[in-house]
Write a protein that binds this ligand. Sequence first.
Ligand code: F6P
Length: 327
Amino acid sequence: MAKKVTKIGVLTSGGDSPGMNAAIRAVVRTGNYYGLEVFGIMRGYSGIIDNDIVPMHSRSVANIIQRGGTILKTARCKEFFTPEGRLKAYNNLKKLGIDGLVIIGGDGSFRGADIFSREFDIPCIGLPGTIDKDIAGTDFTIGFDTAVNTAVEAIDKIRDTADAHDRLFIIEVMGRDAGYIALHSGIATGAEHILIPERKTDIEELVASLQEKERRKKLVNMVVVAEGDEFGGANEVAKVVKERLPTTDTRVCILGHIQRGGSPTCLDRLIASRMGYAAVESLLEGRHNVMVGILNNRMHYTLLERAVKSKQKISEEWIKIVKILAS
Ligand code: F6P
């Protein structure tokens, strides 16, 4: 029989993502509903080590569902990846009687949670909060929809000016290890090429195809590049394109961190609410060391270890769609 949890902590860790606040709200209110004491842990794992932990109630999470960022703040905490750091964290949690944790973050955060819950008797539940969508075991991650819509809105604007000047635009979106933002925003805005870390970039093929488009007088051309593309970001791609196609009027635009901010979309608020609720239910049911996801519209639980190791794969079909539609 699993030990019954009575006091839980919630934290956000790693890169923030729109919808994290909605998830915190759901955890706090569901916890309160079931009579649990809920604590907010500031700045990710650093807050456990530094004992920066505050009690939270229904009122503490009022008026945040629509806000980007995270009221608990976030950090990437190196100390938590040392045995001494984790022991300190454990002792601080024990002192407060916290016997369950909800971690809202991405793969780095889950790695920490996985090690911690193997070492100590504190069950950890992960919620996928990352704009990158690079987590296995879920169709959605909190923040991806907002980030990709922000990228689409920006790229549509770039298209207007690209069209006015007959220019080639090379646009960089976020995604250090994952190409989902590039893939989705590129398809949705009609980009000619989408460069992602999951696939090798054939720069010769790209140049030849742009040349061919120039020959056909196709004047608006947009290339969307994920920042982690193995060839390099937009500036690297532009360098080669400018060398090889010196008469093409080429510009670079790096969208950067605007993709991480802003009010979460309805979808992100919904999945965050649903996942936050499910995280508390999971702790009460005695689950531990799992990530709560949504697969085929049902809650799905993946061992943290697996969510981290087997990242989502981008199917060949997507790549084919890009090629056909951009022709
Ligand atoms: O949140 C994930 C992510 O947005 C990556 O796509 C990006 O490379 C990284 O965070 C940037 O992190 P930072 O804000 O620490 O530079």
